[in-house]
Structure formats: structure tokens, C-alpha cells
Design a protein around this ligand. Structure first.
Ligand SMILES: [Zn+2]
Length: 306
């Protein structure tokens, strides 16, 4: 059975109509900061992707993650952390600190494998292992999920049903763009509710900005790093002025510019993973200072009245 979808496009259209009458002050709108909590080698998408290769890589998330948590504490910002199961098993103290600082805890795949590379039963097992790892480390049962590499789409029609069965109420795996590795360009660009026979899941897509007839990404990863800060701030202000919060996404390794580069690194990864790392930390801090943030679960401008 195909899940029913409501919200999203129509909400965006009606919201836009309202906004033309009453422009919200940008500072009244909360944006959501999300962190895909993975170590640098797990974030390599075309080389060194296999877990059996991971043993030989230097662990750096302890330092990169601590830097990130310190900055969030310093600027009193709460975020949503999507945590890889293997990271929770190797560094349970980091997961406990994330929880202690009041951040929302979610999942990012047990071994950071693409969801569209699994069948339904494999995904069901993966998400259970991910929940168990996080619960063992911190005592928290995660209720939100982001697929590694936004790897959901036509191959994963069972995604929302499996999330609902696992008790997940918020998903942020949809990136409404067309890209080489991911993207659902036909998906609504703003949050919407997917009703399944096992319960409802609120889908919170990563934010894009409509420009030149298409949805342009700007709010995280390579796009955030490559764009000048003023372009990111401009797009954020523009959406906030319409009452829409922006969902940003970052990875700890983006703030660790000296992390190793294996010989197997492809030319595309040299740019998408290693490009523009040196200024990412400074731009991230500017963003924390300039805009208002909440977690995905508490961001009222993101998920309606919650
Ligand atoms: Zn990831």
C-alpha cells in the first residue's frame, strides 16, 4: 500500500500566500541544525566505503566531535544528531555528552550503508541495530532518522512503513534535488506528514532555495562549504522572511581539515569531501552567531505546531 502524504507542497503554497500578507521578522523563525555524526572515513562515499576497511583508519571523531559540541555549548545552540551505530559502540561517551547537552538524538544507519543498497528486511535489521547501539550508549531511544547519503527514493518505497514500525516519528532523508548520488527532485521542499498503516512519520527535507526554476541546495555539506558565507546568509534570510525555517546539515569531519586522505580517494571525492574544508569551521561559527536555531523536533516553523 502506498503511504498517503499530506502537507508539503500545498502547505508551502498556502504558507507563501500568507507570507505575502504578513512577512515574518527573520529573527522570529527558528532554523534546524542537524549533524550527521560519523567519522571521516564513513563519509567517503565512493572509496573506503566498506566497513571491513575501517579498522585501519585513524579515529578522529573524538576530537572533531568535541570541537563541535564545545561550539554548540558556547553559542547555546541545540541540534539534532543523527548518529551512526558503530560510532555509538566505539565512543559511547560522546553519545552521552550529546544527550547531556540537550541535543536531540537520532540515527544515521548502523554501519553507514546506503538504504537503497539494502532490501526491506536488511533495512529493518539495520535500524534495530542502530537503535540498540544508541540506547546502550546513552539510554536514549532515538525517534528520528536520516539515511546515509540521503539514499532514499524509488528503490525504497517501504522506507516510511519500516520507520513507523521502528517507532521513528521524524525522518530527514529526503533531499529535493537532482544529484549524482542522491535526491528526490519531485518531493515537496517543506515538511510533510506521511501516513502509513503503522503510524505517521513527519518528513523534514533538507532545505533548498527556489531559484531560476529549480531547487538549489545551499544549507550543508559541499554546497555550504563551496558557497560564500554571504550567499548562505542571503538564502537563509530570504526563507526566514517567508516564515520558513532552514534545515542545515553538517558532519564533524568538515571541521577537521587535516583528516587523512587515503590513496583510494577518487577525483570527485577530492572535491565533494575534501574541498573547501579550511574555512568551514569559521563559516559555521558565523552561522551560529547570526541565526536562531532549534532541534528538528522542536522547530515549530519546520514541523507545524509541535
Ligand atoms: Zn553520512
Amino acid at each position: 500500500m502506498k503511504p498517503r502524504v499530506h502537507g508539503g507542497g500545498s502547505t508551502a503554497a498556502s504558507r507563501q500566500g500568507e507570507m505575502e500578507k504578513h512577512e515574518a521578522p527573520a529573527e522570529a523563525v527558528s532554523n534546524a541544525l542537524t549533524i550527521d555524526f560519523e567519522d571521516w572515513y564513513q563519509g567517503l562515499t565512493s572509496s573506503s566505503r566498506r566497513p571491513q576497511d575501517w579498522a585501519r583508519f585513524e579515529r578522529r571523531i573524538q576530537n572533531a566531535g568535541t570541537w563541535l559540541l564545545d561550539k554548540l555549548a558556547q553559542h547555546r545552540v541545540r541540534a539534532t544528531f543523527f548518529i551512526v551505530g558503530e560510532v555509538a559502540r566505539e565512543h559511547p561517551e560522546l553519545v552521552r555528552r550529546i544527550a547531556a547537552q540537550g541535543h536531540t538524538i537520532g540515527m544515521h544507519g548502523d554501519m553507514h550503508q546506503r538504504v537503497d543498497s539494502m532490501n526491506r528486511a536488511e533495512f529493518a535489521a539495520d535500524i534495530r541495530a542502530n537503535i540498540a547501539a544508541i540506547e546502550k550508549a546513552s539510554g536514549v531511544v532515538p525517534r528520528c532518522f536520516r539515511a546515509p547519503c540521503f539514499s532514499v527514493g524509488k528503490l525504497t518505497p517501504w522506507l516510511w512503513e519500516e520507520l513507523a514500525i521502528a517507532g521513528v516519528s521524524v525522518d530527514s532523508s529526503v533531499f529535493p534535488v537532482r544529484s549524482l548520488l542522491y535526491g528526490m527532485p519531485e518531493a515537496p521542499p517543506t515538511p510533510y506528514v506521511v501516513e502509513t498503516r503503522y503510524g505517521a512519520v513527519t518528513e523534514v527535507p533538507v532545505t533548498t532555495v527556489p531559484m531560476m526554476g529549480t531547487n538549489l541546495p545551499f544549507s550543508g555539506g559541499f554546497y555550504f562549504r563551496a558557497l560564500p558565507y554571504r550567499a548562505v546568509a542571503f538564502a537563509t534570510r530570504r526563507l526566514n522572511a517567508r516564515g520558513q525555517g532552514v534545515v542545515f546539515y553538517f558532519h564533524p569531519w568538515e571541521f577537521d581539515p587535516d583528516h587523512p586522505r587515503p590513496d583510494s580517494t577518487t577525483r570527485r571525492e577530492a572535491l565533494s569531501h575534501y574541498g573547501f574544508l579550511s574555512t568551514a569551521g569559521q563559516k559555521f561559527i558565523q552561522l551560529l552567531k547570526q541565526f536562531k536555531f532549534s532541534t528538528v523536533l522542536s522547530g515549530s516553523s519546520l514541523v507545524g505546531s509541535e
